[in-house]
Design a protein around this ligand. Structure first.
Ligand SMILES: Cc1cc2nc3c(=O)[nH]c(=O)nc-3n(C[C@H](O)[C@H](O)[C@H](O)COP(=O)(O)OP(=O)(O)OC[C@H]3O[C@@H](n4cnc5c(N)ncnc54)[C@H](O)[C@@H]3O)c2cc1C
Length: 430
């Protein structure tokens, strides 16, 4: 296993870090002010996007991008340090056209869209002209288990008709959001005979301005109001032509798995960057702040916080790189890869909660204020325990994989016991 980044990735990382210092960070206060004043996206965002694109810092994530589309075609392993760098400023990914949920949606369209769908939906996304959302979760059912989903799609002549309610759909409030990829249950008459729960859902490409699509509200997350939105949406007799079906009828589940793999790992990569930032801020603060005759950094509990955070970040980074490496090489069995992606999603959520929590405590009251990024990072860390599936479901995936392995080798571990029966039958070399 070699996790070294290619010379090209190292060069891109340096250039991206320089771009962040030169352009993104100076605009950070203006970004927050603009959003507070209700101007979103801030007017300078398009200029920053144009600059990033001119510098070749654009679509850094899609390894198999076609030659006709703009992007770097980096491997997942090479993308990791760049995503880490972008993660340090939550809105930065958009500057480089690498935002969630667009990256996952672009992966999905790239793999499953028809040439016509690619031209209509994927190309504008790759060009940074539009944004998109992925609509799976629903208020009325436990959406951890997607077999529960109730939003229906019905085939009616050459039309698809959708009805249902979705919520926490990220990105819908962005003024450039044009596309909803909606996960639907195939209506009853269509799914007759398809009794397998995992073949009863389809994905449909729905223009956000289609008649019948109503954005009900943008839901705050722990009192944090995201300008791009985590929205509740009603779909009421939404009609789109049959060519808006993405992939095969009934293949929604398989496609969702494909979408969530790299997309989940991207979240984790950005988390590592955010945790590095939190640790940097906290360590500097403790070197400067004085209490009870010492610098905070002289207290052993503070040193423990710093050390624990460093250990945990480095462990998590290695896991992320391992998963990225495995995704690139296609050397790991799909079930094992799924378990690895599930594991890193849990590790990253825990990491962000723990590291940012310690950093906030080290900062004292200021850590809870909007003057540092810590409160926003903590909120995002809290959300990470749920979005793209709750920790418990990922742990279940890991446990099932482990138990399947145990079933295969059942009995072989007996050799490690020292029981009276084994003592009674000592081995003989000859
Ligand atoms: C900030 C944010 C952004 C989001 N963005 C999107 C988006 O863009 N698109 C989208 O479709 N959804 C999005 N979501 C929704 C998210 O994917 C769901 O909240 C998540 O899948 C859990 O579904 P649920 O809320 O219905 O929880 P439920 O399914 O009701 O589960 C509640 C709890 O039950 C427990 N539980 C469930 N299953 C198990 C199990 N097998 N074993 C043990 N315990 C279990 C877990 O503790 C879980 O937290 C977002 C959520 C947040 C917070």
């Amino acid at each position: 296993m070699d996790f070294a980044h290619s010379p090209r990735a190292q060069d891109l990382r340096q250039r991206l870090a320089a771009f962040m210092q030169r352009y993104v960070l100076p605009y950070n206060p203006a970004w927050h002010q603009s959003v507070q004043q209700g101007v979103y996206p801030p007017p300078f965002l398009e200029d920053l996007k144009a600059l990033a694109r001119d510098e070749g810092l654009w679509n850094l994530f899609l390894p198999n991008l076609g030659a006709d589309a703009p992007g770097t075609r980096l491997t997942n392993l090479d993308y990791a340090p760049l995503a880490e760098e972008m993660g340090r400023v939550p809105w930065a990914a958009e500057v480089f056209n690498c935002s969630a949920p667009d990256t996952g949606n672009m992966e999905l369209l790239h793999r499953f869209a028809t040439p016509q769908q690619r031209a209509q939906w994927l190309m504008p996304l790759l060009q940074g002209q539009t944004r998109s959302a992925f609509a799976m979760s629903e208020p009325d059912v436990a959406s951890s288990d997607p077999t529960n989903l109730q939003t229906t799609v019905r085939r009616q002549g050459d039309q698809l008709v959708l009805n249902g309610r979705k919520w926490f759909i990220t990105g819908v409030a962005h003024p450039r959001c044009k596309l909803l990829i909606v996960m639907c249950r195939n209506a009853q008459e269509e799914s007759a005979g398809e009794d397998i729960a995992h073949h009863q859902h389809s994905m449909v490409l729905v223009p956000l301005d289609a008649p019948g699509v109503q954005v009900v509200r943008n839901i705050a997350v722990v009192h944090h109001h995201a300008p791009e939105g985590h929205c509740e949406i009603v779909l009421r007799d939404v009609n789109v032509s049959a060519d808006h079906l993405l992939g095969d009828w009934g293949a929604g589940f398989a496609m969702a798995q494909a979408r969530l793999g790299p997309g989940r790992v991207h979240h984790c990569m950005r988390t590592i960057g955010q945790c590095e930032l939190a640790l940097e801020l906290a360590t500097e603060r403790t070197l400067e702040r004085h209490a009870f005759g010492k610098y905070l950094s002289d207290f052993s509990n503070v040193q423990d916080w710093i050390a624990e955070s460093r250990l945990e970040i480095d462990q998590a980074r290695l896991l992320v790189l391992h998963v990225a490496w495995a995704l690139d090489r296609d050397v790991v069995a799909p079930t094992q890869l799924r378990a690895q992606v599930a594991a890193i999603k849990v590790v990253a959520a825990r990491l962000q909660s723990r590291v940012v929590e310690r950093a906030m405590q080290a900062f004292g009251a200021m850590g809870l204020s909007p003057d540092t990024p810590l409160a926003a990072l903590w909120t995002w860390g809290r959300a990470m325990h749920l979005m793209d599936g709750p920790d418990e479901v990922h742990l279940r995936t890991v446990a099932r994989h482990e138990l399947a392995r145990a079933r295969e080798r059942l009995g072989t571990s007996a050799a490690y016991f020292t029981t009276p029966e084994q003592l009674a039958t000592p081995p003989r070399i000859r």
